[in-house]
Every structure is written in structure tokens, then in C-alpha cells.
Design a protein around this ligand. Structure first.
Ligand code: URA
Length: 242
């Protein structure tokens, strides 16, 4: 590939910006200073460095976002801010997209990547990827609700697969409770509709995990980080190139 494309891919700026870097004569390929943006390099074999710092070319990138309320799980939107607006230029340049959706008012774990095969595998109903949510519910959920979730809730357009409902805290004085819900599907508004089918209402929802990925408690709402090597290794179970 061309040297300027390699540098852009590594997040060093736009094509124009990396041309300026090349002019400064601080880019080396295999130890020799290079200034031509058109130079053809082998991204696997050649060692490219800027100011002595060796660059590694990544095809796929993986971002873990603690999605805040008020942004939508899309890559562009005319009205609302999107999750992509919260990430960095590399994410936008690499055209990452969210793996599945969270509602505008749902917070929590969202994986974003440009690895389409991985997204497809994680969202495939056949893979049964668990999604764990913490919900604040108006109304008191009880053992009958737990059993109904276990049996499979029927929605107007879909019979849900068995799901796990655990009541964590009951607040009878406020007629509310805190519950954890694990589902394996990802239908539109699924958790809210399952709770509504039991005559209660989700007032706040946060995703805690998706498959092997857990929400990082260090990650403030709205903050993101790249997946760690260990987390990326956990994604190997989906059997696609990473
Ligand atoms: N279920 C919902 O109802 N909303 C979400 O954002 C995710 C799961």
C-alpha cells in the first residue's frame, strides 16, 4: 500500500496532514527517511516509524464504549449525536459501527468495530450471545415474573426465548425494584417490552455485558477505550478472523 495511506490508517491524520509529516523528514521505512507519499510499502513486512516510534497497521479495531443516554447507536443522524461522535478520528476513519443497538435512553456496554464478520457472528441468533442488563423498574417484580421470564414471554409480534430475571432490590415504599435480566436475543425494545408484558415499566436500563465482554467499571458514562488483548482473545470464540 502507499505510505500515506498506511500513515492515515495508523491514525496520524488526514492525507494532507500526513504529507506535512513526510515533508518534515521524520518518517522512516526500515530505518531510512522517506518523504514520498506514493512510496509503496508492505504493511506486514516493512517497519515504519515516526519520530522513532514504530507504527503497527491494524485492519480491524475494537472499541468498548460506556454509552450514555441521549446518543443513538448509529453512525450518522441528522438530529441526534451518535455513538461515533463520542469516539476518535481513527474510529471514524476506520468506519467502525456499533455491534447491535441500544435505545437512545439506554446506557452501558456497546462494542464498536469495523469487523463485519465479527458483528455478524455476535448478532446471529444461532450464537445465543447473552446480553445482561441492569434495570430500574417501576412496580414490584416477583417470583411469578421470574417464572414467566424462564418460560418465555410472549410479545405481540414475537415469542421470546427463555430469559433470566433476578430481583436484586425491592423498594416497596416506592413501588419499584432493581433487577438483572439476561436475554439471548436482541429484538426492538426487547427488555422494556418483556417487563411491560408483566405489567411493570423499565425506567432506566444499562447493559452490563455482551457475550464475553463486561462493562468496565473504570469507564465513566460516555467514555471509551480500545479492547485489551485479553478481551480481543475472548472474541476468538466466534470463529472469525480478528
Ligand atoms: N432492550 C431494550 O428494551 N432496550 C435496549 O436498549 C436494549 C435491550
Amino acid at each position: 500500500m502507499r505510505l500515506d495511506k498506511f500513515l492515515v490508517d495508523c491514525g496520524l491524520g488526514s492525507r494532507t496532514e500526513v504529507k506535512q509529516l513526510l515533508k518534515k523528514k521524520i518518517v522512516t521505512v526500515n530505518g531510512a527517511v522517506q518523504h514520498s507519499p506514493k512510496l509503496q510499502i508492505d504493511s506486514d513486512a516493512d517497519v515504519v516509524a515516526v519520530d522513532g516510534r514504530i507504527l503497527t497497521h491494524e485492519d480491524f479495531v475494537y472499541y468498548l464504549l460506556n454509552k450514555p443516554q441521549g446518543v443513538i447507536s448509529a453512525t450518522e443522524d441528522k438530529v441526534h449525536r451518535t455513538v461515533l461522535d463520542l469516539l476518535d478520528d481513527i474510529a471514524r476513519h476506520k468506519q467502525v459501527f456499533p455491534v447491535g443497538r441500544l435505545d437512545i435512553d439506554t446506557e452501558g456496554l456497546l462494542l464498536l468495530t469495523n469487523n463485519g464478520l465479527l458483528a455478524h457472528a455476535m448478532l446471529s441468533p444461532k450464537k445465543h450471545v447473552d446480553k445482561r442488563y441492569l434495570a430500574h423498574v417501576s412496580g414490584l417484580m416477583d417470583v411469578d415474573d421470574v417464572l414467566a421470564f424462564e418460560k418465555g414471554i410472549s410479545l405481540s409480534d414475537h415469542d421470546c426465548q427463555p430469559a433470566i430475571l433476578e430481583v436484586l432490590e425491592l423498594h416497596p415504599e416506592h413501588k419499584s425494584c432493581q433487577v438483572e435480566i439476561v436475554i439471548r436475543e436482541g429484538k426492538f425494545h426487547q427488555v422494556k417490552r418483556m417487563v411491560a408484558a408483566r405489567g411493570k415499566k423499565v425506567v432506566a436500563l444499562k447493559r452490563l455485558s455482551m457475550g464475553p465482554l463486561q462493562l468496565d467499571s473504570q469507564l465513566k458514562t460516555g467514555a471509551w477505550r480500545r479492547l485489551t488483548t485479553q478481551e480481543t482473545q475472548l472474541l476468538e470464540q466466534f470463529g472469525v478472523p480478528l
